[in-house]
Design a protein around this ligand. Sequence first.
Ligand code: GTP
Ligand code: MG
Length: 196
Amino acid sequence: MIKKATFLISNTDHTKCPTPDKPEFAFIGRSNVGKSSLINMLANNKNLAKTSGRPGKTQLINHFLVDERWYMVDLPGYGFAKVSKSIKADWEGMIQSYLNNRENLVALCVLIDSRLEPQKIDLEFITWCGENGIPIVLVFTKADKQSWPKTQSTIAKFIKASKAIFEEAPLYFVTSAENGKGKEELTGFIEEQVED
Ligand code: GTP
Ligand code: MG
């Protein structure tokens, strides 16, 4: 479990991110899927990352230092319709160059809304990750919002829809920022990698 997490710095440029001397875990997914809320839930601090009911809240690469041992990164969402094409292209460029160049990135957590049918944009994004050799785990969010069988059905559909993308079925976690579901499993996974 996380004892202490502190905000370090926000960036648009991956070269200005903290020295890559610690294992890093980043969180991405569609705007409003719950990235910042999940980070706060994992860190037991509701005020660590800024959250909002309106999509498009997180616009920078945000680094947090966790227990002096690893970096947690809150990224902007993708698929946010309400920004101009040029801003969208800037965000995509920023995220892609961060992901392709951050040498200490151990895993990218790709958040998927557990209530939705498989979304084209998520499948496209994880295809891009596969093509670029970015190691990902899937994190299904907002599990408190519906029954467990419905969440299971979403997961099964997503795994099926993404079968062609992965050589091996991806590791996945089911979470809720509202009730803490999945906290032990996801932090346990991260801490295992940090120890190696
Ligand atoms: P952007 O930074 O805009 O890309 O969004 P984000 O993915 O960081 O989402 P954020 O954490 O800001 O949450 C978006 C909205 O979803 C907020 O209103 C949250 O309160 C809500 N939310 C996030 N996670 C959960 C969850 O697990 N359960 C419920 N019920 N609501 C959630
Ligand atoms: Mg956010």
